[in-house]
Design a protein around this ligand. Structure first.
Ligand code: X5A
Ligand code: ZN
Length: 733
């Protein structure tokens, strides 16, 4: 099991034989660049390499008319002038004597990939093909595309394997109108495409590329178009589109297979797309899709015309398909106004067709959900003392972007006899450990809460945490006694903070209070706490290094922009909304260096929920999760959690059920409270800071292109790594 890489070098044969500025970008070097990239990163040798075979006429006939197939076949024997003349009958197309062979190989590669995944030979895979496919139609070539590789693969999956629900994710920067037409009235294929649209002023200039085209007849709601009306969309915009549009619908649809029309002209540097998403973004998009369809993902190359950007983006996708952790995302995690408008337009158009979108009603603030003591949230940021120069901060905030890939995937330290028995193979067992002196000092502060045996457990937890922070271990599970859980968390967090500039996201389920020792960032329990708070910028920044979310009880509450609690949703719809609509936007906005996922007494989490939570939290943190589980539930959860942390697709939550009114209300309350500062939560923008953000965004992209020019040693500049996370917008000073 693993990742298939389907290819045939003959697909480099087709090329433009005459002058045509529009078509010249679709060149053979696209494939060689992508392949060379995979080789140089050592990724090719980790894949199961399969050689593509030509699709048969019958297979092409799943989508194309016999007359059209015959016409393309005849191009093999045409001379240059005849080829040119025929090409001119289509929009943005060129034929070459080898086009028929290449296009049959391209479709055949997609078919071979689907066969490899659906027979279980591999988990997932990628087909590197030319010509691309998503613009081609039943009887027409279009936009460099001759046969519709992905559409043929989808028909094949339905016909040969009896699949009933296939999701096609088209992240190419152009609208795959060919795929849309082919499945327009077919509810078994959910087609999602985002594309440069500019209100219809961008190729292929079609009104049916807009958000209000939702499919016809039985197929209504199964075409999902997200038109980008401005260029320059970046990582935050793409993430917002996935979290707020694609993923909610995809979970509700529950596909059996995911096909990706994987065009990389939506990446930075591409001359067609003019977008700004960095190659790392495609690692994240890929990992977010891996929770669907049991991880059965088939990615088929479409566009992508900036060779370096293309090759890096392909590497990012393949690396993620192979199971490597995601690299951090660069840039402000703030979607732009135009992106939010586009996202809103597609959500509006699709609301009649999807329960998960109807769960979002306007925020209702009632007495059942509240800020403590009924006051509005404290404004953050009124620092009054000792100014620290930006320069002195930046060495602390700066660090290389590429995290090492730890030699150990998942490690466990279990104190409960028998818990290890259920674990999947491949986890490392952490046995003894020595408590370091400074750790003992921390622990002594919590004397009352630690029993003797707890110290051994604490020592193991700290070892695991150090392993994660040092890049030796990807993620880990540790146990504690119920009584010692909070104190253990406190020590773990202090350790993270002591470690050079870490941001810690703590997701605490059950009866777990935020440790009192942790300075809060606003008036907390009792005003006198303010007295202890140093107001110097340094301490102020430190307080923003912990984002603490409790999941428990019946009511939502916010204590600050970095400390709040939510009830655990009981419905599948509520749970998914909570993860996609709240937790992941916050986590991506905060971009923690490590996640502590704490399951305390009475956490109430079911196995499938725990698995989904752990799986999805991996993305924003590059898998650096330490799960701290109190002993009572470890027997039940150890296996599930370990599987999730190892990268296995989580089990289904069960049939989709709409969130309850209470769940919707709690979620809307939290979103309304947090949205002014956490911009990835936003669904519609009403923000006066809009302009200054736009300026920052473009300045960032400029310097990105100039300085790093897509080079491998990207680093995050200090001012681009704000202490509250790149998606946290501090209030004006
Ligand atoms: C597959 C693909 C783009 C055609 C652009 C024509 N086609 N201007 O990216
Ligand atoms: Zn394209």
């Amino acid at each position: 099991m693993g990742t298939a890489l389907v290819y045939h070098e003959d697909m480099t044969a087709t090329r433009l034989l005459w002058d045509d500025p529009e078509c010249e970008i679709e060149c053979p070097e696209r494939l060689t660049a992508a392949l060379d990239g995979l080789r140089q990163c050592g990724l090719e040798e980790r894949c199961l390499c399969l050689t593509a075979c030509e699709a048969s006429e019958e297979e092409l006939g799943l989508v194309h008319s016999p007359e059209y197939i015959a016409l393309v076949q005849k191009t093999q024997t045409l001379d240059k002038e005849e080829l040119h003349a025929l090409s001119k009958q289509y929009d943005a197309v060129y034929f070459h004597p080898d086009t028929f062979h290449c296009a049959r190989l391209a479709a055949g590669a997609a078919l071979k990939l689907v066969d490899a995944v659906l027979t279980g030979a591999v988990h997932n895979g990628v087909a590197l093909v030319r010509p691309p496919g998503h613009h081609s139609q039943r009887a027409a070539a279009n936009g460099f595309c001759v046969f519709n590789n992905v559409a043929i693969a989808a028909k094949h999956a339905k016909q040969k394997y009896g699949l009933q629900r296939i999701l096609i994710v088209d992240w190419d920067v152009h609208h795959g109108q060919g795929i849309q037409y082919i499945f327009n009235d077919d509810p078994s294929v959910l087609y999602f495409s985002w594309h440069r649209y500019e209100h219809g002023r961008f190729w292929p200039f079609l009104p049916e590329s807009d958000a209000d085209a939702v499919g016809q007849g039985q197929g209504q709601g199964f075409t999902v178009n997200l038109p980008w009306n401005q260029i320059g969309m970046g990582n935050a915009d793409y993430l917002a589109a996935f979290l707020h549009v694609l993923l909610p619908l995809a979970f509700e649809f529950d596909p059996e297979l995911v096909l990706v029309s994987a065009g990389f002209d939506s990446a930075i540097g591409d001359p067609e797309g003019q977008m700004q998403a960095t190659p790392e973004c495609f690692a994240h998009l890929t990992q977010l899709l891996q929770v669907l369809a049991g991880g059965r993902i088939c990615a088929v190359l479409e566009g992508g015309y900036h060779l370096e950007s293309l090759s890096q983006s392909v590497c990012m996708m393949v690396q993620t398909l192979l199971g490597d952790p995601t690299p951090p995302l660069l840039g402000l995690m703030v979607p732009c106004q135009s992106a939010l408008e586009s996202i809103q337009s597609v959500r509006t158009a699709q609301t009649p067709h999807w329960i998960s979108l109807r769960q979002n009603v306007a925020p209702v603030l009632s007495s059942s959900t509240h800020s403590p003591e009924g006051r509005s949230l404290p404004l953050l940021g009124e620092s009054r003392t000792c100014a620290i120069a930006e320069d002195s901060l930046s060495p602390l905030l700066d660090r290389p972007c590429l995290r090492p890939n730890p030699p150990v995937c998942t490690a466990v330290a279990l104190t409960v006899p028998g818990a290890a028995l259920a674990l999947p193979p491949g986890v490392l067992h952490q046995e003894g450990s020595v408590l370091r002196e400074e750790t003992k000092a921390w622990a002594r502060l919590h004397k009352s809460r630690f029993q003797d045996e707890d110290f051994a457990a604490l020592g193991k937890s700290l070892c695991l945490l150090d392993g994660i922070l040092d890049g030796q271990v990807r993620n880990a599970i540790a146990t504690t006694t119920a009584l010692a859980t909070v104190a253990t968390l406190d020590v773990l967090i202090q350790r993270c903070l002591a470690y050079k500039g870490q941001r810690v996201l703590c997701v605490a389920l059950g009866q777990l209070d935020r440790p009192l020792d942790l300075a809060d960032d606003g008036p907390g329990k009792g005003e006198q706490r303010l007295m202890y708070m140093c107001t110097c910028p340094w301490c102020f920044l430190l307080r923003r290094r912990i984002l603490w979310l409790n999941i428990r009880g019946k009511e939502a509450a916010t204590w600050s922009m970095f400390h709040f609690s939510a009830p655990l949703p009981q419905t599948t719809g509520g749970f998914l909304s909570f993860i996609l609509g709240l937790l992941l936007p916050l986590a991506y906005g905060f971009q923690p260096d490590v996640v502590l996922m704490a399951l305390g007494p009475a956490h109430g989490l079911q196995n499938a929920q725990a698995a989904l939570l752990a799986t999805m939290l991996r993305s924003p943190v590059g898998s650096r999760i330490l799960a701290v589980v109190e002993e009572e539930s470890i027997l039940q959860l150890a296996r599930t959690l370990a599987q999730a942390l190892l990268g296995e697709t989580p089990p289904s939550l069960g049939p989709f059920s709409m969130a309850s009114p209470e769940e919707i209300q709690a979620l809307m309350f939290l979103k309304a409270q947090l949205e002014p500062r956490w911009k990835l939560l936003q669904l519609l923008h009403h923000n006066r800071d809009h302009q200054s953000l736009e300026i920052n965004r473009s300045r960032w992209a400029d310097s990105y292109l100039r300085k790093s020019a897509l080079g491998p040693q990207r680093t995050v500049a200090g001012d681009l790594r704000p202490v509250g996370g790149p998606g946290f917008l501090p209030p004006e000073q």
